[in-house]
Design a binder for this molecule. Sequence first.
Ligand SMILES: [Cu+2]
Length: 151
Amino acid sequence: MKITRVLLALALLGTAGLAQAAGNCTLSLKGDDAMKFDLKEATVSASCATVTIELVHTGKLPATAMGHNVVVTTTADLAAVARDAIKAGIANHYVPKDDARVIAATHVIGGGEKTKITFPGKKLAAGGDYSFFCSFPGHSALMKGKLVVTK
Ligand SMILES: [Cu+2]
């Protein structure tokens, strides 16, 4: 009886493993005090029920001086959203409110902090031209990368 249960558990784990292998469902980034992300490009799958964005700030400076977030938009919308983000201000985590161009956005964090959000993979289209960036004023010129979206 016990063995059956273990086998069943293993079978379930195996299935979960296969589902994960269908595509990457996590965008994991590190930001630092040098105003840089650790990645210039990342890949997620549009078929993920939920895509997770994880951000770790590996620096020491506070959010007021060197805050970082992760915003996902189409590459075409990046510059305009980054501009409007400055007007939105820190109270809104430098993200324009109720803005359809913003596909996903984390909170702004400071050194030593981390944050995480999820959004439905279906908000992305496979093969689309997407970017991730930090919308803290002045950061998007350096802190940006290409988000490749697979099926
Ligand atoms: Cu930043």
